[in-house]
Design a binder for this molecule. Sequence first.
Ligand code: R1P
Length: 340
Amino acid sequence: MKDTLTDANFPRTADLRVYHLGLRPGEVANRIVTVGSPSRARTVASHFDTTPKPFELASERGFLTITGRYKGVPVSVVSIGMGHPNVDFFVREVRECLSGDMLIIRLGSCGGLIDVPVGSVVVPTSSVAVERNLDFDFASDVGSTEKPYRISKPVSADTELHSQVHKSLAAVKPQHWTAPIIVGTTNASADSFYSSQGRQTSFPDQNEYLIDHLQASVPQLATFEMETFWLYHLAACWSGRKGKLDKTDAPPLATGPVQPTTSDPPTAHAVSNPLAGHDTVIRAAAAQMVFAARASRDFITPEQVSVLEEWTAKGVLDALVETDIPTTRMHAEEGSVWAL
Ligand code: R1P
């Protein structure tokens, strides 16, 4: 990003572009699929309508956003890379580019901790965070009173969106795809692909019994990956903000759609006021494709990935457009990249 940024608290360019995703209002839609890789983003976007021509923005920090319409409804896919910190950039920066509600479905890959074949799709009801305990002395492990890993309480998906993801995936699953779709499970989102997921490397990670411990302490645990917890967590926090705001002297917030400034310099009002209404919601759910079966050590083939990503992409897009957002809680179409 070479443009001048203003406000160290929440940096933006003069034309309201956020610092890491590079987006400005009108370039990201209220309904979003988030994925880890640009290639998966392109698979999702391959289902978009041809009119209007999908808008694409690749940021210098590796985020890719493609926005268009699917079955006539404005949608975006955002590729964010890996891990909780990138989910944090994504949710917070997109939130400040959008008026109204946000519906977010993560379409990601995962490791399966239950006895299901690779190619299964898990729709997790809830997620826990698994974090390396930095107060544990990994180098010596002598007399440490700390545990090497911390497991958070679970946080839940949005109930309606979660059910719709399951329903829409089931509707598009090809008959020849024999691996199942599984619901009613809990995901574990780890802060490392290696240590906090029980993988053995050359480092003294003290994680030989981590998976056994997780399975014994987290009911319905089924998958390991690295993003879902933070997505569900931020969505749940945002939903909770309304009550707090009602009780405090909060600064004024925009309550209706804000006209995006796409070419003219922003007004002082547009810069100083959050671009989201205080009564909005963020609703999140996930579909996790089992690429690795941790017990059998099977790994999915590239050919299987292509087929699996193709139909799951359609399933999550269907789930987004099947889930209602009241018109009054949609970002303005005028001036947006999805305007017809
Ligand atoms: C690790 O290989 C990555 O794959 C999984 C993990 O959560 C992590 O991001 O998800 P994605 O395929 O969505 O990136």
